[in-house]
Design a protein around this ligand. Structure first.
Ligand code: TGC
Ligand code: FAD
Length: 387
């Protein structure tokens, strides 16, 4: 029996029936709603906000959080499959879901008060309240411990001053999870849109993640009551704990981007006839396609095992770093190679490889650059901190 070219090791057989159903329904959404419009969205630099209600109604926002907050209560593998199928459409759509779920709903759930959970989570699950996450600052995102944004206690309030850079969803968001230095270490605050002194400015001229909103956030003596502070965490482990959640999903997402580019190159090279035979009949094209299939297979198995560890409660941040590094590198290499196999046709957004390759320039950079993740693994195996 012929093997499935996009699942050579039948990884799907390792999924539960519920996980397969979730994957299929998100795959259908991507095929029917995302793929027909996404090339134009990318050209126009437009995030397709009109898709948010359906994304929410499918239970894809905060999908791993409990049902009592209006969420779907799915396992980690299901969240991964959601990310994979969304990113087969576009990294910008997956980014929207990652930020909302792992970087905004997760900290409210994990570090927030019960009152904050009830106030925000159900509306966020319905897509009525959109969040963004402000950690990175203009002077250097890889070293968030060197944070310049400060929050000072003033009576029962906090006054926040500083700036955040490259913030996904910034201009779309109704609330921002903002990390600031305090006398007690780094703390998180929920800052609502419209709070005096808080502004978001969209970043333009992007050549990557064009179907996603990216912004700079400014805080000029922004006053929030203590009830907007996340009370249950202090220190860098707060934001880094959120990053572990988001990075986990990002290990899966690029598999989807790679599958989209590989499938496109496979089909194109079978149809394109040069020197009296299909490009796919040449040894060099077959080696390229085989290499893509090999690397996708390894990434699928890596993320699935990572998901099983997460569901078992034993996943370690260094394991997430290895998978984020491996899978982003795998996907960007495949998308560039697939672009090459399409020749000139590969340079337009009529075909997906170049859009995915450009998007992956962001994905390999955000949530910790490739170098940062390599150094995390270096630290793990040597026991020596090179940062
Ligand atoms: P370090 O001394 O290693 O750790 C400080 C404290 O944090 C704990 N910790 C973690 N906790 C949970 N998850 C992790 N991944 C953790 N890594 C560390 C650690 O145990 C310690 O806790 P405690 O209790 O001892 O205080 O901190 P460091 O300053 O040496 O930093 C290490 C480094 C470089 C790895 C870290 O700063 C880092 O990861 N830098 C990269 C920053 C980054 O990834 N930024 C991402 C911003 S958000 C984003 O990009 C969103 S894009 C979203 C989208 O659109 O999809
Ligand atoms: P820098 O930290 O200045 O790094 C510059 C270079 O130095 C990189 O090549 C890096 O690998 C290298 N480097 C760093 N440390 C070392 C070292 N020790 N040794 C050797 N080389 C090193 N952030 C948020 O907080 N929220 C968001 O929603 C968000 N969304 C984003 C969306 C997009 C489209 C992009 C592009 C970024 C987003 N980010 C977000 C920011 C992202 O997390 C940062 O860009 C990333 O962490 C890197 O920070 P930086 O851009 O300041 O680069």
């Amino acid at each position: 029996m012929a093997l499935n070219p996009t699942d050579l090791f039948d990884v799907r057989s390792l999924l539960s029936e519920e996980e397969r159903m979730i994957q299929d329904s998100v795959a259908r959404f991507t095929d029917e709603k995302v793929l027909p419009i996404i090339g134009d969205c990318f050209d126009q630099g437009r995030f397709p906000k009109e898709l948010v209600p359906e994304i929410a109604s499918m239970g894809l926002l905060g999908s791993s959080l409990p049902e009592e907050y209006g969420c779907a209560g799915l396992n980690a593998v299901s969240y991964g499959l959601i990310c994979q199928e969304l990113e087969r459409g576009d990294s910008g759509i997956r980014s929207f879901v990652s930020v909302q779920s792992s970087l905004c709903m997760y900290p409210i759930y994990a570090y927030g008060s019960e009152e904050q959970r009830r106030k925000y989570l159900p509306g966020m699950a319905r897509g009525e309240i959109i969040g963004c996450f402000g950690l990175t600052e203009p002077h250097g995102g890889s070293d968030p411990a060197n944070m310049k944004t400060v929050a000072k206690k003033d009576g029962g309030d906090w006054v926040i001053n500083g700036a955040k850079m490259w913030i996904t969803n910034g201009n779309l968001a109704d609330i921002a999870i903002v990390w600031a230095q305090t006398e007690d270490g780094i703390q998180g605050f929920i800052v609502e849109k419209g709070t005096k002194g808080f502004e978001a400015h969209e970043v333009h001229k992007k050549m990557s993640l064009r179907a996603s909103v990216t912004s700079a956030l400014y805080f000029d003596s922004v006053r929030v009551p203590d009830s907007q502070r996340l009370p249950n965490v202090k220190g860098l482990k707060g934001p880094l704990g959120c990053l572990t959640q988001a990075r986990y999903g990002i290990t899966w997402g690029p598999i989807g981007a790679a599958i989209a580019a590989y499938t496109s190159a496979l089909e194109y090279s079978k149809e394109r006839t040069l020197f009296n035979r299909p490009v796919a009949a040449t040894q060099s094209a077959q080696i390229k396609l085989a290499e893509m299939a090999r690397r996708i297979t390894l990434a699928q198995l890596l993320s699935l095992q990572l998901g099983r560890l997460k569901d078992a409660g034993t996943m370690q941040p260094a394991q997430v770093s290895l998978a984020k590094w491996n899978n982003c590198r795998m996907a960007i290499d495949i998308c560039r190679e697939a672009r090459d196999l399409l020749g000139g046709a590969g340079i337009t957004t009529e075909h997906p490889p170049i859009r995915h390759a450009l998007n992956l320039e962001s994905v390999i950079t955000y949530e910790g650059t490739e170098t940062v993740h390599q150094l995390v693994i270096g630290r793990e195996v040597t026991g020596i901190n090179a940062f």
